[in-house]
Design a protein. Structure first.
Lengths: 98, 502
């Protein structure tokens, strides 16, 4: 049983920027352990010499013609922003203590 | 043809409606109004739609009618209404992906699929419900409440594209669009008695499709008949320079294949690993009967082994969450969508974490953490790296199989539609619904689900999955259409005619 501890769930949540509740941490510790246990069956397959597949249909050097296209409308982007001020996205402070 | 009666409009196929419009027997406005009226009548019960784009749909229909009257030459689906899964961006129309984090978001651009639907003069009725960010097999993971299966309102319509499948089965629209990352078009089709196709990876543009797992996602057609699915496939498929994984090759002639519908001399492989134990008795029975039908139609059916398919589910639930956790990092509450906890002294990290905590549902959080885990240092080689190698072996199984046969078949899903709530907080049980559909996504080839009858023990629809090699999409339609016509001859109608009245 690949047990994922509460501490690991808290760490994963921090990496993934998820502010979980205490209840969620307990719940996910249990569920993620069970899921990881099931999916790690893949390690039964002997595959040392097998190349990995990251993409089903390999394509390389894909370019589109270098032709100017209309961009998206600035007003529409502003309208969809959670906070917009002085013609810019307003964001929370990015530096500092806390 | 005989004039189509007004009351029957919603039950007609897209092909029939298009022909009737072309002949001047009915207008697009009449057809669109009939669908909207049907939605008004039944969608309280079914909840297939998250947004109805009523005025725009009627205006589009009126414009098509005007251009047709002026003698303009319109495409084969001109004027036919369609239900669009809420994962496709459509300029100015709410696009939520079934998530609170995108509630009220109106995209500033059209996805390529929407652009092609507009160019084909298809009338988009609105956006359909789905599991949040396409994660699920029941639509119960939608933040806006589940969709119900028109065959039995206490049961799931499949997922993630349950809104699209239910809209078809409830006669709210003759056509729908879906996306399939691990079975989200095919499994909903199977459990609602409709037709759904996952095209070859790269066959339909992903531009403007909100990404779940970029190496697996593929958009495709949903309909009540194989020919309708082919007509929609033709309209949306083809190379798009805005999607770097789009295939720059001609679209297989799926419409001709659907019209031909002939399996004489074709070699069809039964996948030994997809069937038997774990599959409901009635699903196996209807599947076996369909195999007999295919044999009687002149196909040569043999058993084929794909030994690595049993590891597909494991590989998928390592690869998909890894890609999803990275794709969903863009939902940070800064540029669009929800922002939570934005008070004066909050830092950007606190706001992001708070936004994602309240904006994402349980399954999304589960998969984001699973993906973060499988990509963590120390586990990467054992989990994600190994899953990618298994992916290669699954693709090789397909290659070997297609050296022996033209297409492979299996049941689409192991069971018929289950009850709402039955598997909601049991992720592993939920994941097993996609056991037969996942291998195709991992290998990038194409597959279709086509209805093959009702399971005797519960009277619910059963789907048969046809799998073909990459760019062999036409073979799906050839086999699907042959099977459909043989079954329609036997039943006297398509399966969805048996949906109970709502």
């Amino acid at each position: 049983m690949a047990a994922i501890t509460r501490a690991e769930v808290e760490h994963l949540a921090r990496l993934a920027r998820l502010e979980l509740t205490e209840g969620e941490i307990d719940h996910y510790a249990e569920q993620l352990s069970a899921i990881v246990d099931a999916v790690t069956r893949v390690s039964e397959v002997a595959a040392e010499d097998i190349p990995p597949t990251s993409h089903p249909i390999p394509v390389t050097n894909t370019f589109r013609p270098d032709v100017a296209q209309p961009g998206v409308d600035r007003e529409e982007i502003a309208a969809a922003a959670p906070a917009w001020e002085d013609d810019r996205f307003r964001v929370p402070r990015i530096l500092g203590e806390s | 043809m005989a004039p189509v009666m007004d009351g029957d409009l919603v039950r007609q196929s897209a092909a029939t409606l298009a022909a009737a419009m072309q002949a001047g027997d009915v207008t697009s406005v009449q057809v669109t109004e009939a669908c909207l009226a049907r939605i008004d009548t039944v969608d309280d019960k079914v909840h297939a739609f998250l947004h109805i784009d009523r005025e725009a749909a009627l205006a589009t229909a009126a414009d098509i009618d005007r251009r047709r009257a002026a003698g303009e030459d319109l495409g084969p689906l001109a004027g036919v209404p369609l239900a669009l899964k809420d994962v496709f961006t459509m300029r100015g129309v709410p696009t939520t992906c079934g998530s609170r984090i995108l509630e009220g978001w109106r995209p500033p651009y059209d996805s390529t699929v929407v652009e092609r639907l507009r160019n084909a003069d298809v009338v988009i009725l609105g956006k359909t419900n789905m599991d949040e960010f396409a994660m699920g097999s029941s639509t119960e993971h939608s933040a806006y409440g589940p969709t119900r299966n028109p065959w039995d309102l206490d049961r799931i319509p499949g997922g993630s594209g349950g809104g699209s499948s239910a809209a078809l089965a409830a006669f709210e629209a003759p056509l729908a669009m879906g996306t399939d990352t691990g079975g989200s078009i095919r499994q909903p089709a199977a459990v609602t008695g409709t037709v759904g196709v996952k095209p070859t990876y790269g066959g339909v543009s992903r531009y403007g499709l909100v990404a779940l797992a970029s190496s697996l996602d593929q958009a495709g057609p949903c309909a009540r008949t194989v020919l309708d699915a082919a007509l929609l496939h033709q309209a949306i498929a083809g190379h798009d320079p805005r999607d770097s994984t789009s295939i720059d090759a001609p679209v297989p002639d799926v419409v001709a294949a659907a019209r031909a519908g002939d399996v004489r001399g074709m070699r069809i492989g039964l996948v030994r690993e997809l069937g038997g134990e774990g599959y409901q008795q009635g699903v196996r029975q209807r599947f076996d009967e369909a195999v007999t039908v295919l044999t009687d139609l002149g196909a040569d059916v043999v058993e084929v082994s794909c030994p690595h398919f049993e590891y597909a589910l494991g590989a998928y639930y390592l690869i998909l969450p890894a890609e999803a956790s990275s794709n969903l990092a863009r939902f940070d509450g800064m540029r669009y969508g929800l922002r939570a906890g934005d008070h004066a002294d909050a830092s950007v990290e606190q706001v992001m974490s708070r936004t994602r905590e309240v904006g994402f549902g349980a399954e999304v959080k589960r998969r984001i953490m699973l993906g973060t885990y499988s990509l963590s240092s120390g586990y990467y080689d054992a989990y994600y790296g190994q899953a990618q190698k298994v992916r290669t072996l699954i693709a090789r199984d397909f290659t070997a199989a297609f050296e022996q046969v033209d297409v492979l078949i299996s049941p689409t899903a192991p069971t018929t539609a289950f009850k709402l709530g039955e598997k909601l907080d049991d992720p592993l049980a939920m994941y097993l619904n996609d056991i037969a559909t996942i291998p195709v996504n991992l290998a990038g080839n194409c597959a279709m689900s086509v209805p093959v009858g009702l399971s005797p023990e519960d009277g619910l629809p059963v789907g048969l999955q046809i799998m073909a090699p990459a760019l062999g999409d036409d073979r799906l339609y050839r086999v699907g259409s042959a099977l459909e016509s043989a079954l329609v001859d036997r039943w006297g109608h398509i399966l969805s005619e048996e949906v109970p009245s709502l």
